[in-house]
Design a protein around this ligand. Structure first.
Ligand SMILES: C[S@@+](CC[C@H](N)C(=O)[O-])C[C@H]1O[C@@H](n2cnc3c(N)ncnc32)[C@H](O)[C@@H]1O
Length: 204
């Protein structure tokens, strides 16, 4: 049997953008996106469990991107592509509107110093971009250990009627069943830190 060669790199210098996702994987399966995938474990393991969905990850740091690409190559995961890019740019330039059924943002950098808060990715402008590339009724899931960032994000969503919070009460959950843990998630849980999960439905 021929050795299956799978290239997990999404190289936008070789294809037309915004991309034709059907051509990219050669099927009509649904799409999921992870923003800031780090070492890629969450995306790789989720893609292995769900071969009927195509997964795309966007990561700005080259070292982490390379590490994830290596792992995906070793695992021969056919339904995954990694893009080395700023997700702020990818969301408007690379993906067409209504591409994704699900979007994940796991442990976005919290930028804990007051003077750096402006760098947080979960701002109104970025969430509006995500609403465009997410299908109507698609899900946006966020995880973080940073309570004040979560609170700020909940306030940002309140200003955005585009998204409907799926969780009642405080608007977040601290446990989720059947979730693949990310590298940061594992570390924070081992340290005994509380994790906050958000889920929003795109009501555009
Ligand atoms: C705290 S790490 C979490 C990594 C991984 N999601 C996890 O939970 O293990 C945040 C990641 O987001 C990436 N990142 C930050 N800003 C980004 C952007 N604008 N576009 C793409 N990735 C970004 C960082 O390089 C980093 O890998």
């Amino acid at each position: 049997m021929a050795n299956l060669v799978i290239n997990p790199i999404l190289d936008i210098s070789e294809i037309l953008i915004p991309i034709d996702t059907e051509e990219l994987f050669g099927n009509k399966n649904k799409y999921a996106l992870e923003v800031g995938f780090g070492d890629g474990d969450f995306l790789i393991e989720t893609a292995q469990l769900r071969p009927d969905t195509n997964f795309i990850g966007v990561e700005i740091k080259k070292k982490r991107f390379n590490k994830a690409v290596k792992k995906a190559r070793r695992g021969k995961v056919p339904n995954i592509k990694f893009l080395h890019m700023d997700a702020n740019i990818a969301s408007t330039e690379v993906f067409k509107p209504d591409t994704f059924n699900e979007i994940y943002i796991n442990f976005p950098d919290p930028w804990p110093k007051d003077k750096h808060e402006k760098n947080r990715i979960l701002n109104t402008e970025f969430l509006m971009k995500l609403s465009v590339i997410l299908i109507q009724k698609g899900h946006l899931e966020i995880a973080s250990d940073h309570k004040s960032y979560i609170q700020e994000t909940l306030d940002t969503f309140k200003q955005l009627p585009l998204f409907i919070n799926s969780y009642a009460g405080p608007g977040y959950r601290n446990e989720l069943q059947e979730r693949i843990e990310t590298k940061f998630e594992k570390e924070f849980r081992e340290e005994g830190r509380k994790i906050y999960y958000l889920m929003f439905t795109n009501g555009k």
